[in-house]
Design a protein around this ligand. Sequence first.
Ligand code: SAH
Length: 350
Amino acid sequence: MHLTSAFSLTFIQWKDALESFKESSHLLPFFIEGLYGDRSIWKKHVSPKTLQRLFSNWDFSLPDITTFKEAEDGTVKFLMKLPDGMEVETVLIPFYKRFTICLSTQVGCGMNCSFCFTGTQGFKRNLKAGEIVGQYLKAREWLLERYPSSLRPSIVLMGQGEPLHNADEVGKALKVLTDSKLGGVGHRQITLSTVGFVPGLQKLSSFPKVNIALSLHSPFQEERSLLIPVNDKYPLQEVMTYLDALPLLPRQYVTYEYLLIKNFNMSDQHVEALSDLLGNRRAILNLIPFNPFPDTLWERPSESQINTFKEKLVQKKLRVMVRTTKGSDILAACGQLKINRLSVKNGRNG
Ligand code: SAH
């Protein structure tokens, strides 16, 4: 029988579960502390009978790190093995003294974006909430072994997969990750990136209020569809109505990710259209220079082209950032994640 992951349950659900076992309420904090920290604490506080009951009801395993690879800039790409043998990639990204963990939400991806390496792998399956949380816990455990005093890592849902194409499980995972007694990650420490998958956007109101990023990439309908085919079905105009309705926290913005592709989406018309689209919105425009991968037709612009485009947008008074490329020497940067045993075979523990 396939058991539900213990890492998909909220605090309240654990409380109810232990109550149904007729356990004293004193057990709950020790149990949770062991589950999200050092399990040896269970030996002292949880009876063998209760442990056995718990183990026969839920799956307490985390994904296995099959191998990992470290880039020159300190970015680490893990290959994580799931219970059915499928694998996903999780990336640990250093940023000054903090770390961010980039989580996958699906094995492969069904969105078929023309500039994304993951898309060429096709869609395999959705991840369960426990597998999403599990990647975070496993990467964090790895990090803490090396840097015991590092702060709690942030999260970006920007790995393999389209998070809102797996909205129910992603929503559940976010509830666990943001629960102060469980994952303990702040709402503003998490960013969910989406192509603008409308059936998922419709569910966002029931999610914890994490930061939302839209993969915009072009302000023009036909051009955007060339990059992101689902734009035909869920056009930008419709997507914007959902983003505009998001209740933002004070000083919270919607991020618009904008891929920079040489000779394609960086003209003055693009600057004008972006200014019209975002000028009156609480928006941050995040420019992402295209990260090349084997056999792609698109090209990355030069540094000076990137800077010129950025300056023109700044003159329009938009809030603009350029995303620094991390881990590109090991294909761990945005859009470069694709399961390929060869690309990770040099992992230091592999
Ligand atoms: N499916 C989600 C999250 C995954 S990717 C989404 O599309 O938003 C996170 C970001 O990396 C997205 O903005 C995506 O468009 C971008 N990306 C994908 N391929 C890329 C590439 N080759 N170079 C740079 N960014 C890329």
